[in-house]
Ligand binder design. Structure first.
Ligand SMILES: [Zn+2]
Length: 202
């Protein structure tokens, strides 16, 4: 019995440490409670402790990080496709399971690579978006939508018939529905002119 209590004490401590780590990375409380099993009030107390210690914890904006909202710009669309390709290479079961560690790793690779990918790109439309990078919470939202049981705003990886690359596509997105990689390549190579590719007959 005593041993059991001791083990629980250690588990609680580990949960608290993991929760702090997730907050520091930038996740919202709902992600923290899901991942650690802590109650919402326990998690919020931890967040407050961090703030009291002078550690900056960004308050994540409300429900604005729905996946379909994130891909409704050309830069968001292509970034989501790059990020979720990385994520899916780390979590091959991404359509059924959300793996938080894979989200964290994919996000870190994405942050390192995204600047290099678009360096020298003269596509004004992508830059005029301010080319804002996703937050880790937004990366999580993309991954959550990819998991098929999140049917409210579910998303899938679609294969482009032209370039054979997979791209991220949400069921309810409204702005763009062609392959973001083909679109970007054509525009990038044509010095910003919106040259359209002929649609190839299926
Ligand atoms: Zn393509």
């Amino acid at each position: 019995m005593k041993q059991h209590r001791k083990t629980r004490g250690i588990q609680d401590a580990v949960s608290r440490i993991y929760a702090r780590y997730l907050y520091l990375l930038g996740f919202r409380t709902s992600v923290v409670t899901d991942a650690t099993g802590l109650s919402e009030s326990q998690a919020r107390n931890l967040k407050k402790e961090l703030k009291d210690e002078g550690i900056e914890v960004k308050d994540q904006p409300g429900p604005g990080s729905m996946a379909d909202g994130l891909v409704n710009s050309r830069s968001g669309y292509i970034q989501a496709s790059i990020l979720m390709n990385i994520y899916r290479s780390l979590n091959t079961d991404a359509e059924r399971n959300l793996d938080l560690e894979s989200v964290i790793e994919a996000y870190s690779i994405y942050l390192k690579e995204i600047g290099a990918i678009f360096r020298g790109c003269d596509d004004q439309e992508i830059y005029s978006d301010g080319f804002e990078r996703f937050t880790i919470q937004q990366a999580y939202s993309l991954a959550a939508a990819l998991r098929s049981n999140d049917i409210d705003y579910s998303a899938s990886m679609r294969e482009c018939h032209e370039c054979k690359t997979y791209f991220y596509f949400t069921v309810r997105q409204t702005v763009v529905d062609d392959c973001p990689f083909c679109n970007w390549r054509v525009r990038g190579l044509s010095s910003g002119n919106a040259k359209m590719t002929e649609a190839s007959p299926e």
